[in-house]
Write a protein that binds this ligand. Structure first.
Ligand code: ZN
Ligand code: ZN
Length: 251
């Protein structure tokens, strides 16, 4: 494994690690940081959407990872993509930012449906006494619904790599055991999929934290630069980076 790589993962197909370094992306990351600081919003066109303001990142533990990817288009021109991890203030899709790996409306519909059913079960459970025989089966039904939701949501994810192949998150995942909540939502998978969809060849990637990082050992530092995470990203990066070396070698 390349410790210094900004993004790396084991590829089951090639039986080796694929990786991508920072390259020129640090310059673009600094540019984005300046932009966020000066504009105070994610809206690149100066649109006044309060949901895109950066203030909320400075509430306690409110910070977020951002990422930039520098790539070359088919003419050899440099293109920069940007992404935020997960949702931004409840928004999955923001113009000018790499989209999620799933159709956002479908995802929100599934999540909302499950939420309604779980809340209704919870209301029924609290209305019963502990000795009521129905209570245990309702509690089990609620747990089963919660357990089933993430795999259903993950079923909506579609990944694309540098070979032009597409895969479900289940097929791309290269580690034994379950797929954790949040896998596929970080900046690196969003950026690499967006580059693959647009036929771009990635040259460098950089992820940084912006805002309040909270307390404790898991705390992240404002403006700190971090490699793609081991828990949620590495098991997808082998697939996502597969074919990159060949793409870079093409004239
Ligand atoms: Zn990650
Ligand atoms: Zn490979």
């Amino acid at each position: 494994m390349k410790k210094e790589a900004a993004a790396s993962g084991w590829c089951r197909r090639c039986r080796r690690w694929h990786s991508l370094d920072h390259g020129d992306s640090l310059v673009q990351a600094r540019r984005l940081i300046e932009c966020l600081r000066q504009m105070g919003t994610l809206a690149g066109d100066g649109a006044m959407d309060a949901r895109l303001a950066t203030d909320y990142l400075f509430a306690a533990d409110g910070g977020k990872m951002f990422g930039v990817l520098v790539a070359a288009d088919s003419q050899g021109r440099e293109v920069t993509l940007q992404a935020f991890s997960g949702q931004y203030n409840g928004l999955f899709a923001v113009p000018g930012w790499s989209p999620p790996l799933f159709p956002a409306e479908e995802y929100q519909r599934l999540a909302a449906e499950a939420d309604v059913r779980i809340k209704s079960l919870e209301a029924q459970i609290t209305s019963l006494t502990a000795s009521d025989s129905r209570r245990a089966s309702l509690a089990e039904e609620r747990r089963a619904l919660s357990r089933a939701l993430m795999p259903r949501l993950h079923g909506l994810y579609q990944l694309q790599n540098m070979r032009g192949e597409t895969a479900s998150i289940f097929d791309a995942w290269a580690r034994p055991g379950g797929i954790p909540t949040g896998a596929g939502d970080c900046c690196a998978p969003k950026l690499l999929c967006q580059a693959a969809r647009q036929g771009l060849t990635p040259l460098g990637i950089c992820e940084f934290f912006f805002g309040d990082g909270g307390q404790g050992i898991e705390a992240r530092r404002h403006l700190g630069i971090y490699a793609a995470c081991a828990a949620k990203c590495q098991p997808l990066l082998g697939f996502l980076l597969c074919g990159l070396d060949a793409a870079k070698a093409r004239p």
